[in-house]
Design a protein around this ligand. Structure first.
Ligand code: ADP
Ligand code: ADP
Length: 221
């Protein structure tokens, strides 16, 4: 599903370069559940953002579903992202002015899914995530765990092939965190590929493989 070849990411600082990622070579197969681990500042979020097409590498090749992401135009990249990737953020990134229902519906609006199909899909996800009773509430009326459930519901409503999650349980208590990990496990068993950034050894046990980063390089994959 994913092939990264000699990916570098650096920032110019004066006449030198500060490398955030260096010589990353990585393959991810469809159906994997991967945890990216490593100390703070080792480049985990940057790697996840590059895979999610939210950031561009400085050099190297990136193939997603056999498409050369490093070569295609921004518009096509956006389309790839929208069609195949769901992104989950540590701080949820919900829209406070929209209800739970409307937040979850947002990606379907971006994809021009017709109204009756949108209703069916959102209803299905609300039911699956057991949050039907919350649909008319606003994010600020929910607990952190419930907000993250909505964040994940929004990420999966359009049936992405790949879920990318940056510290998805970072702001949750351990019970809420376990529920989120169990949900990821279920989605993975149903066929969704998952890549999470996590500091938690416990969270990593839900996945099938760990990629360890240190100072921008993969030290174990
Ligand atoms: P992690 O997720 O492992 O904590 P990040 O990918 O967030 O690591 O960041 C890795 C490094 O890249 C950090 O040292 C950070 O300061 C640096 N970095 C991120 N963005 C920029 C930027 N725009 N300019 C310069 N350095 C940056
Ligand atoms: P807009 O006014 O921006 O077009 P709407 O409020 O009409 O947005 O909502 C878009 C669609 O989502 C409509 O079909 C609406 O019926 C449906 N919808 C919005 N909120 C809810 C909700 N809480 N429960 C059920 N359906 C909803």
């Amino acid at each position: 599903m994913i092939t990264l070849k000699d990916i570098d990411k650096y920032y110019a600082s004066g006449f030198s370069r500060t490398y955030v990622l260096r010589n990353i070579n990585l393959e991810v197969q469809e159906g994997e559940f991967i945890s990216i681990m490593g100390p703070s500042g080792s480049g985990k979020s940057t790697l996840l953002n590059i895979i999610g097409m939210l950031e561009e590498p400085s050099s190297g090749e990136y193939y997603f579903l056999d498409k050369p992401v490093h070569k295609i135009k921004e518009k096509e990249r956006t389309q790839l992202h929208k069609s195949f990737i769901g992104f989950v953020f540590q701080s949820y990134h919900l829209i406070d002015e929209l209800t739970v229902y409307e937040n979850i519906e947002t990606p379907l609006l971006y994809q021009d899914v017709k109204s009756s199909d949108r209703k069916a899909k959102v209803a299905d996800i609300l039911d699956k995530f057991n949050i039907v009773g919350k649909k008319d509430l606003f994010p600020t009326q929910l607990s952190g765990g419930q907000q993250q459930l909505v964040g994940i519901a929004r990420a999966v409503v359009a049936s992405p092939k790949l879920i990318l999650a940056d510290e998805p349980t970072g702001n949750l208590n351990s019970r809420q965190g376990e529920e989120i990990m169990e949900l990821f496990q279920r989605l993975n068993q149903e066929g969704t590929t998952i890549i999470q950034v996590t500091h938690s050894e416990k969270n990593a046990t839900y996945g099938s493989r760990v990629i360890d980063l240190l100072d921008g390089s993969v030290v174990k994959a």
